[in-house]
Unconditional design. Structure first.
Length: 224
């Protein structure tokens, strides 16, 4: 049996990682999707000390305790992923230490050579423009990116709800996340480049063209 493919999607906030992850999940449906942001939001809803702390941090547009992210995705993989399923990590790893932990974990699972590390690459200026203009549905919570056809949405086309600005998409919070990327995530990118394992995709294209480039790159990397 062929090994299932695994994916790690990296990129600045607003790069469209989540959108491309959904398209990849349609292409590879037997894949467990893991988004650290969702895991943190789930914890923030818990009536615990950590839950209260995470809720406070997220409300202020900050970033939670770094090592907690590793614990969360490792826990989910351990409890959810079956042998024949792939793994989709959205926005992970975010630090060099986390990247090394991920490599060791994937290697232990004999999955490292069937994993694609994808960088959806957009400039800081493009990221700020997208983040400052994206919206969220006040009713169903769907995030509406500021790309392609989404730019023309006046309301949510899934539930009809009103589109509003995300509370943490204020300039100060956006710049804080972009500063974090340059300080913490770019060393991860350099690490993958040095190991010749990074697949860099131009994210400043249409959603369709970005996905087309991803499929082409995966075809070349995992040609059988």
């Amino acid at each position: 049996m062929d090994k299932p493919l695994n994916f790690s999607l990296i990129g600045r906030s607003g790069s469209g990682k989540g959108t491309q992850a959904k398209l990849l999940l349609e292409l590879y449906p037997k894949t467990e999707y893991i988004y650290t942001g969702d895991l943190f939001r789930d914890i923030s809803s818990q009536d615990t000390e950590v839950g209260h702390k995470i809720k406070e941090v997220l409300k202020d547009g900050g970033l939670p305790f770094d090592d907690l992210a590793t614990t969360l995705w490792m826990h989910k993989i351990s409890y959810k992923v079956q042998e024949g399923e792939g793994i989709m990590l959205d926005g992970t790893p975010r630090r060099l230490e986390e990247a090394l932990n991920l490599e060791r974990f994937l290697n232990w699972l004999d999955r490292l050579d069937s994993t694609a590390f994808l960088l959806i690459d957009i400039s800081r200026e493009e990221a700020f423009n997208r983040l400052s203009k994206r919206r969220i549905c006040s009713q169903c919570g769907k995030l509406i990116p500021y790309v392609g056809d989404f730019k023309s949405w006046q309301d949510c086309r899934e539930c009809g709800g009103k589109l509003i600005e995300r509370p943490d998409d204020i300039p100060e919070a956006i710049n804080h996340r972009l500063d974090y990327f340059e300080k913490q995530v770019e060393p991860v990118i350099r690490h993958y480049e040095e190991n010749s394992s990074l697949i860099r995709i131009n994210g400043e294209q249409s959603i369709e063209d970005v996905f087309k480039d991803i499929k082409k790159a995966l075809s070349e990397k995992f040609a059988r």
